[in-house]
Structure formats: structure tokens, C-alpha cells
Ligand binder design. Structure first.
Ligand code: MG
Length: 272
């Protein structure tokens, strides 16, 4: 009998939430039309997440992603305006025969998942070992490099914003082991040919944050300071063939929704 009151209270509490998912008698979030815990606020879209990758098995994509490569064919890709030339081997595509670029364009804001492995046995050193790269909008390179027991200039290491920002840590696995990049990209905005908002990139290398909301200085040329050149809000994903047979398997991309002014409202009260 001692448990009757708590059980009754729990039942009432559950039924109250079941009838009304939240509250409308709470304060408004400043600058928005939403009350704190507002039950009328739009529900997040339900998706099915994919499987995490293991060394033996590639990840599967979330249900709202566009699959760019799942190990079976190169139909989403082209090379130099023609057919994609990379070799397909054992569920992976191998860098060879020039850069590979998506036929479709993506942006302005997206999440990109890439799995890759460096060539074995490793050959060369510094930038000559397992060099490839992922160019967002076809022009901003997130470096792919066999950085395991292989030093090079910091702004050219694995997950560097090439020529600008080194990764926070070197989270590289051995060549031959599968590695993951998860890239969260807020694309740049241009207005009348001028930069209006720079590109912002966050990268996780093997699940470790290596770029945290890094604001890009511009494009990522070799031996030069990068600058911006105005382009559209969408662009291709390009994979670099730098002469190393880097292998890629699961690659998928999904659009990102950025919070609207209506979502944000007045925001935090800085200085108060
Ligand atoms: Mg590269």
C-alpha cells in the first residue's frame, strides 16, 4: 500500500503528457512565438539512422541521405567531364586516372560522411604518402593523407583545411585500416560577387573532432594564401587522385537545416 500514492502520481503524470505533449502556460522564448516546451512547435522529421562502420563492414546511410557510393558502382561520379575512371575492387573505389567528381551538386549546408583507407604497404613520405583529398564545392580541400607515423607540414595533415588550418589532433589509423571523416559544412554565401558569409567547417576524424567550426580563409591552393572566388550555393564533391591508390567505400551526404531567425529569436543575453 505504501507504493499506491507514487504510482497514482506517476499514472497522472503520464496521462497528462499523453494528452498534451508539452506546455503553453510557460514563458515565451524571447523573440520567438514558442513557449518553453511548446507542444505546438513542429516535430522533428523522423528518419532511420544507418549502421556505424566497423573495420569489416562499411556504414549504411541514414534514410534521408543521398548515397554517393556504397561499394557497388560509380554511377554518381564522373572524371574530367567523362566517365568515372577509378577502379572498383572488393567494394571500394581506388584513386586512379584523375580526380573524381559528383555529377550532382550539393549545398549550401550539408553533412558528408566518407570512409577511406591509405595504401599498403606505405610508400613515400610527407605529402607523398597516401595523399588524396575531399574538395567541398569542388574547391575547398579537406586533406586526406596517410598521417600514421608520417610527419608533414601541419596545415597539410589529415583533415587539415589545406594550406590554412591544421587538425586539432592527429587521429590517424594505420594504413590499410578504414578511417572515417564526418564533415559538417556551412557553405559560403556571396552577394553580387562579394563574400557575404565565409565557409564554416567542422570535421570528425575517426569520431574525434579535428576541426571545430573552423572559418575558412578562402580556397585551398598549394603554396599560396587562399582567397574566395564567388560561386553558386551548390557545388560538386571532388575526390583527389594525387597518385596514391587511396581506397574509398561508404560515402553519403545529407542536407543540413540551419536554424531560422524565427527559431533563434532574440538569442542569449550576452553580458547579462
Ligand atoms: Mg590532397
Amino acid at each position: 500500500m505504501k507504493t499506491t500514492l507514487p504510482l497514482l502520481l506517476a499514472a497522472l503524470s503520464v496521462s497528462a503528457f499523453a494528452d498534451d505533449l508539452g506546455y503553453t502556460d510557460t514563458p515565451l522564448i524571447p523573440g520567438t512565438k514558442w513557449h518553453v516546451h511548446d507542444s505546438g512547435r513542429p516535430q522533428p522529421v523522423i528518419i532511420t539512422p544507418g549502421e556505424f562502420p566497423t573495420q569489416e563492414k562499411a556504414s549504411t546511410a541514414p534514410s534521408d541521405a543521398t548515397v554517393l557510393f556504397d561499394g557497388t558502382d560509380l554511377s554518381k561520379w564522373k572524371s574530367g567531364g567523362g566517365e568515372a575512371k577509378w577502379k572498383l575492387e572488393n567494394g571500394a573505389m581506388v584513386a586512379s586516372g584523375g580526380d573524381l567528381q559528383t555529377k550532382d551538386e550539393f549545398g549550401p549546408d550539408f553533412q558528408l560522411h566518407v570512409e577511406w583507407t591509405a595504401p599498403t604497404p606505405p610508400t613515400g613520405k610527407s605529402q607523398g604518402r597516401g595523399n588524396s583529398g575531399i574538395f567541398l564545392f569542388g574547391r575547398y580541400e579537406i586533406q586526406v593523407l596517410d598521417n600514421y607515423e608520417n610527419q608533414t607540414y601541419p596545415d597539410g595533415q589529415a583533415t587539415a583545411i589545406y594550406g590554412y588550418m591544421p587538425p586539432q589532433v592527429n587521429a590517424s589509423r594505420k594504413p590499410g585500416e578504414w578511417q572515417t571523416y564526418d564533415i559538417i559544412c556551412e557553405g559560403p554565401r556571396f552577394k553580387e560577387g562579394k563574400l557575404e558569409k565565409p565557409m564554416v567547417v567542422t570535421v570528425l576524424h575517426n569520431g574525434v573532432v579535428t576541426q571545430n567550426h573552423t572559418v575558412l580563409i578562402g580556397e585551398t591552393p598549394h603554396r599560396q594564401v587562399g582567397t574566395y572566388h564567388a560561386h553558386g550555393e551548390k557545388g560538386p564533391i571532388r575526390l583527389q587522385d594525387h597518385g596514391s591508390p587511396t581506397r574509398y567505400r561508404s560515402i553519403w551526404i545529407r542536407d543540413l537545416k540551419m536554424p531560422t531567425a524565427e527559431d533563434i529569436g532574440a538569442g542569449p543575453q550576452i553580458g547579462k
